[in-house]
Design a protein around this ligand. Structure first.
Ligand code: AMP
Length: 218
């Protein structure tokens, strides 16, 4: 399966991507994680991306398209993948279609996580991430067993600098201007399925599994 998870920051895309990835053994490609890893390892692309990310702005399309095009050529993507955080602009969506058609592949599912603003703010402000394996937690809804320690790898949990209130507002505005138009783009291709991003993670995962199983279509 080739899947895109579309939705505002805080919609739960990362959590669902992790669950799908674990269940089906498919790579979870989070462009945000790729960039944060590049920053951590002081790679040139990370240094370039850092200033945009800190302000909650989008990293230029050329940079993102290159990262994803290369990643999709890796062999673990042959049988499918989950894209989380890409595409985020129409230019990226067009580039993705072009890159996939060159390798005779196409996107099968685009899930749009419809999520209310109160839930987004609550999720982003309580979100904690593992520095080491990028696992996602929430201080209230999905706490780790030991405070600030990852259950999976014992890495340290931290709050993303762009999850602070001041930056969240900017990210949401940019989402509305640049990413939301993709709903229409994928709807026109009859690929879009709207799901309720307000649902708790386990519930939403059940909905996705039903859709995969072909038992439910919206
Ligand atoms: P995320 O972890 O998906 O919320 O992404 C964190 C930040 O990384 C975003 O606010 C952007 O600055 C940058 N970023 C991630 N993916 C993309 C993308 N596809 N296009 C542009 N910027 C991106």
């Amino acid at each position: 399966m080739r899947i895109i998870l579309l939705g505002p920051p805080g919609a739960g895309k990362g959590t669902q991507a992790q669950l799908i990835s674990k269940r089906f053994g498919m790579p979870h490609i989070s462009t945000g994680d790729i960039l944060r890893e590049a920053i951590k390892n002081k790679k040139p692309v990370g240094l370039k991306a850092k200033t945009y990310m800190e302000k909650g702005e989008l990293v230029p399309d050329e940079v993102m398209n290159k990262i994803v095009t290369l990643r999709l050529k890796e062999s673990d993507c042959d049988m499918g993948f989950i894209l989380d955080g890409y595409p985020r602009t129409k230019t990226q969506a067009l580039k993705l279609d072009e890159a996939l058609s060159q390798i005779r592949q196409k996107i099968e599912f685009v899930f749009y996580f419809e999520t209310s603003s109160e839930i987004i703010i609550e999720r982003l402000s309580g979100r904690r991430i593992c520095k080491n394996c990028h696992a996602v937690y929430h201080i209230k809804n999905m706490p780790s067993r030991h405070a600030n320690v990852c259950d999976k790898c014992a890495g340290t949990l931290y709050q993303r600098p762009d999850d602070k209130k001041e930056t969240i507002k900017n990210r949401l505005e940019i989402y509305t201007q640049q990413t939301k138009p993709l709903i229409d783009y994928y709807q026109k291709q009859s690929k879009l399925t709207k799901v309720n991003g307000d649902l708790a993670a386990e519930k939403l995962f059940e909905v996705l599994l039903e859709i995969f199983a072909g038992r439910k279509s919206e």
